[in-house]
Design a protein around this ligand. Structure first.
Ligand code: PGA
Length: 238
């Protein structure tokens, strides 16, 4: 796993967005897996601006949403699909058929199997945040390196942390669906994103600790083309 550290949050977001714009210029049909959460927000702001300037286009790209919370109303602003729409897709011309997300109104098992099949031999590029317990997507500690897209229970800390997306302290989701670690590892490139002092400990463990399902992000070290992008604060223990 290669480490790319930027001096500031702005420099970090400029670096990652610049590289993503290059990928889109080179491959307009890029198949991307995108996360939600707070970490990628500055990247999506810059990417939207780059598209507005016509430096890049997502018109021919395909987007796979990394994960989704279960048991919440389709209109709930904390749902991952709604966060990505708000933060990025509503500001760009992405044809709806090229945005893959999870429909959890029917048979969840079937939905996960269909998602896994749609991802096929993997995305060209996968962007990921990291949880303070090392989760990637909703692959919580204990996730197998060959896990597929599936329904998962959320760790207690993840449930509590999700309050910042839902703007409430109660009725938070306790399960979700996520691309598996195996699904992610099929991606040609993986970019792990971490910013702020709150991520410093898990960044250190991901880079220097054991490669173990107990720290799902550490499993990315077995992938030959993974870059961990941090700002200085998140790299304090790297
Ligand atoms: P965050 O979430 O980007 O909101 O910190 C990351 C994660 O839990 O995967």
């Amino acid at each position: 796993m290669k480490l790319e550290r930027a001096a500031t949050l702005d420099a970090w977001a400029d670096l990652v967005t610049g590289l993503l714009v290059q990928r889109l210029q080179r491959t307009p049909t890029l198949r991307m897996c995108l996360p939600t959460g707070l970490t990628p927000v500055p990247i999506y702001d810059r990417l939207s601006a780059a598209v507005a300037r016509r430096d890049a286009s997502l018109e021919h790209a395909t987007i796979f949403l990394l994960d989704e919370f279960g048991g919440v109303a389709p209109s709930d602003p904390g749902r991952c699909d709604n966060m990505l729409r708000r933060g990025l897709l509503d500001r760009l011309a992405v044809p709806p058929a090229q945005f893959h997300r999870f429909d959890l109104t029917g048979d969840v098992l079937q939905e996960c199997a269909a998602y896994e099949a749609a991802v096929g031999d993997g995305c060209d590029i996968t962007l990921l945040g990291i949880g303070s317990n090392g989760h990637i997507g909703m692959n919580e500690p204990g996730s197998s390196p060959d896990s597929a897209t599936r329904r998962v229970s959320l760790a207690a800390a993840t449930v509590t942390a999700s309050a910042r997306y839902f703007n409430r302290e109660h009725d938070l989701p306790t399960w979700g669906v996520t691309m598996g670690v195996g699904t992610i590892l099929r991606s040609r490139e993986i970019w792990l994103l971490a910013t702020g002092p709150g991520k410093a400990a898990i960044v250190g463990q991901t880079l220097r600790g054991a490669i173990t399902p107990d720290v799902p992000a550490s499993l990315l070290r077995s992938h030959g083309n993974t870059i961990l992008f941090t700002d200085e604060a998140a790299a304090a223990l790297a």
